[in-house]
Write a protein that binds this ligand. Structure first.
Ligand code: NOJ
Length: 478
């Protein structure tokens, strides 16, 4: 669709940026915080790039005021951050930790004082280790109650001040990396267990959404889904079918459950035949149906292109966590699909295709299928930034990346997408999980690397000043 004129960004558009507790806070064992699965996992040799961990991260726990002051100077309208479950309930359940609650009180109040809308993520992958040890974390239905209690405690404490809430961050990613690719905790490679853990996570997600309606009646809540739209490699019907398989298998499997409380039929049949479908208990589908979100949170980084994969074809493979371009193998599910490089698109050093128009396609597909408003809860570019003399970081490539994605947002708004906001990943540089500190995403450079914490000085990159102007003009000047 080529529009003759383009709509403006809505007046109340949430110009945001995002982070996650484990990636920025540090203070991993302070003020009563208990250990999370990531605190434990990173200590196994060989799991992360150069053995990095989030013990100190970028020290946001102690420097949050300075970070918020920089946000305020930028004119940021919204800041998405996650709460570390283990600060609130050090053991995941039982006794609540007042010091942990107070930290987020202070952060929220600081944001509000500066007219920045807080967006809370309830769960950004840092599970209390105690719950992993006690009953296997997401593999036990016990977690539904514990996650519910934790979430309700947050609704009650912050619901008077916080309107926007995100339940699970990238359920598809933490489940697949944790139970299939075995690169995130609990480092399992077992499809049957993966589908079961995922079903339990969906129930937990739906149950907290249902309670949210009572506790924060004026609020808005939704999950953040890592949506990578599927493309067909060629116009051969077998490639088109492969891309449909991938869209259903990788995307609808989660989003249909969020929006409708239903699993997609074709994939359900496939998994049942393979003996992999999750076991449902009585009442599960009702729980899922009661968890309809107010918006679909979308973390968009890339599209993926697919072609036919024969029954003896490739399956899942290793990820590029080093930034050495071209080291990602093609992966797939035998009999369903396999990935193939899209020759029309450039890629980042971590082999993620750069596809701004793919974002418009993502927004359009969600709008047409689910008719929900959308919050872009993450979008951004991971790159090797260079700190030049006089504290300059010339990240023109990041500006170009975000500008093109925002142009496509505007096209999507003109198409009729109800877009609530756009959170850039990330606000400051941070720990990129398995990728260390060298994969930088922030508007604010943090002077540290894998080898040394240095002084962790905050330095505004060129993209900081550019985004400041974008916000000031409500997107008129991109
Ligand atoms: C998605 C995750 O939510 C975030 O934690 C991660 O760092 C970014 N993607 C970049 O990989």
């Amino acid at each position: 669709m080529i529009h003759k004129t383009i709509a403006d960004f809505p007046k109340e558009f949430l110009w945001g940026a995002a982070s996650a507790a484990y990636q920025v806070e540090g203070a991993w064992n302070e003020d009563g915080k208990g250990p999370s699965n990531w605190d434990v996992y990173v200590r196994f040799p060989g799991t992360t790039f150069k053995g990095t961990n989030g013990d100190v991260a970028v020290d946001h726990y102690h420097r949050y005021k300075e970070d918020v002051a920089l946000m305020a100077q930028m004119g940021l309208k919204a800041y998405r951050f996650s709460i570390a479950w283990t600060r609130i309930f050090p053991k995941g359940r039982g006794e609540i930790n007042e010091a942990g609650l107070r930290f987020y009180d202070d952060l929220i109040n600081e944001l509000l004082k500066n007219q920045i809308e807080p967006i809370i993520t309830l769960y950004h992958w840092d599970l209390p280790q105690e719950l992993q040890d006690a009953y296997g974390g997401w593999e036990s239905r016990e977690i539904i109650e514990d996650f519910h209690n934790y979430s309700v405690a947050l609704f009650k404490r912050y619901g008077d001040r916080v309107k926007y809430w995100i339940t699970l961050n990238e359920q598809n990613v933490f489940i697949m990396h944790g139970y299939l690719n075995a690169i995130h905790p609990p480092k399992v490679a077992d499809l049957k267990r993966m589908y079961q853990a995922n079903h339990i996570a969906s129930l937990a997600n739906a149950k907290v959404i249902a309670s949210f309606r009572n506790d924060v009646p004026e609020g808005k809540i939704g999950p953040s889904f890592a949506y990578g739209p599927a493309y067909a490699h060629t116009d051969k019907p077998e490639d088109v079918l492969a891309s449909e398989n991938a869209e259903e298998f990788n995307n609808h499997w989660w989003m249909d459950v969020y929006a409708w409380g239903e699993y997609p039929k074709v994939i359900w049949n496939y998994l049942t035949r393979e003996g992999l479908a999750p076991s449902l208990e009585e009442g599960d589908l009702e729980v899922l149906k009661k968890g309809k979100p107010d918006f679909m949170g979308v973390n968009y980084y890339r599209t993926t292109t697919y072609e036919r994969n024969l029954l003896d074809g490739v399956s899942f493979g290793k990820m590029n966590t080093t930034g050495k371009k071209g080291t990602t193998p093609d992966t797939g599910v035998p009999g369903l699909f396999k990935t193939i490089k899209n020759s029309n698109l450039e890629a980042t050093d971590w082999d993620w295709e750069i596809d701004p128009m793919g974002l418009r396609i993502a927004l359009r597909r969600i709008t047409s299928r689910y008719r929900l408003p959308i919050l872009i809860s993450e979008n951004g570019l991971g790159a090797f930034d260079v700190l030049e003399e006089n504290d300059v970081v010339n990240d023109e490539y990041r500006i170009a990346f975000i500008r093109r994605h925002l142009e496509e947002c505007q096209q999507a708004i003109t198409d009729g997408v109800d877009l609530l906001g756009y959170c850039v990943w990330s606000y400051t540089d941070l720990l990129s999980w398995l990728n260390g500190y060298q994969k930088r995403y922030g508007f604010v450079y943090i002077n540290r690397d894998e080898d040394s914490e240095k002084d962790m000085r905050r330095i505004k990159k060129n993209s900081y000043f550019w985004y400041q102007k974008v916000i000031e003009t409500n997107g008129k000047q991109l």
